[in-house]
Design a binder for this molecule. Structure first.
Ligand code: HEM
Length: 273
């Protein structure tokens, strides 16, 4: 072994653990932020729905929300928001490796629940946007409908790879599905993060068609997907420099996500609880 090889290999091992740390830190922050989202859904929509106070869904600003006499629309809205808590919890559970190893049967069932509920939310959400007219601007409707299309496509690919026992592909499609399903959470966190970082809403409008709104609505799933692809490339690569560059990007995006979670709790969810 030449004297040059040892530092290179050590650097490779170090860069690998930095990448693992970056991914774990990102995931820990995402768990905290998604747990806050689940808590908000249950404490706000869960309590009002369980006690039959459906009109009180509109205690917070919504696009359409509860409409007197619109039984189908109201039922779809209730199913959508309550299942949003289920899909978020199931998605997180799927990504915890010790849980997957300790209870593979549970992993299969939460996986099926996650994929079926995600598809229901995508189809139901598309129905609310198109048939019920629940959208703020055409561009924000296009962004969320593209997210719905990606959810349906990725969920099918993740499921097919699992059935065919192609587990490496299954892992990659399942993680992509997690990112696009989390798009609605990223959107809230991304919008609030932008306000926290700038101290005020720059490039944003009430109809969500300002320049920052457009970047953040499409970016809410396209940016996480792009970072995930870079993470896969860095995992596969033997180049420590790539692993370190991607780790830095993940740490930076984690800081933004943390600011956004803080903003969402303080400005978006907390005031209505
Ligand atoms: C898959 C994960 C999804 C989750 C976790 C989720 C979560 C939520 C939540 C919590 C709300 C209540 C509004 C609020 O309090 O902020 C909501 C409303 C809504 N969502 Fe989703 N959603 C998902 C997917 C989608 C998709 C893919 C679409 C569209 C294609 C969509 C369209 C809508 C619409 C139109 C509303 C009604 C807004 C209103 O009437 O004010 N959702 N969603």
């Amino acid at each position: 072994m030449s004297s040059n090889e040892i530092p290179a290999r050590e650097a490779g091992v170090d860069a690998r653990s930095v990448l693992r740390w970056a991914a774990s830190t990102w995931f820990a922050v995402a768990v905290a932020g998604q747990a806050a989202f689940i808590y908000f859904i249950l404490a706000f929509y869960g309590t009002r729905t369980a006690s039959g106070r459906f009109a009180a869904w509109n205690d917070k600003p919504l696009i359409t929300g509860y409409v007197q006499g619109d039984h189908t629309g109201n039922a779809m809205f209730a199913a959508h928001v309550l299942l949003a808590a289920v899909v978020t919890l199931a998605g997180l559970a799927q990504l915890v490796p010790p849980l997957r190893r300790a209870a593979p049967g549970l992993h299969r069932w939460t996986g099926r629940t996650f994929l079926v509920v995600a598809c229901f939310l995508a189809l139901g959400g598309a129905w609310m946007a198109i048939a019920r007219g629940s959208y703020l601007s055409v561009i924000s409707a296009v962004a969320i409908l593209l997210d719905a299309a990606l959810i349906l496509t990725f969920a099918v690919l993740a499921w097919r790879a699992a059935l065919a026992r192609r587990f490496d592909q299954h892992r990659r499609w399942a993680m992509r599905t997690f990112m696009v399903v989390s798009g609605v959470w990223f959107l809230r966190v991304g919008l609030m993060g932008w306000i926290v970082v700038n101290g005020r809403p720059i490039g944003m409008t009430k109809r969500m068609d300002g320049p920052a709104d457009i970047v953040l609505t499409f970016g809410s799933y396209l940016i996480p997907l792009a970072i995930l692809e870079l993470y896969f490339a860095a995992e596969r690569s033997s180049r420590p420099a790539l692993k370190l560059a991607v780790s830095t990007l993940i740490f930076a995006s984690t800081a933004y996500v943390a600011a956004g979670i803080y903003g969402a709790i303080v400005m978006m969810w907390g005031p209505y609880l």
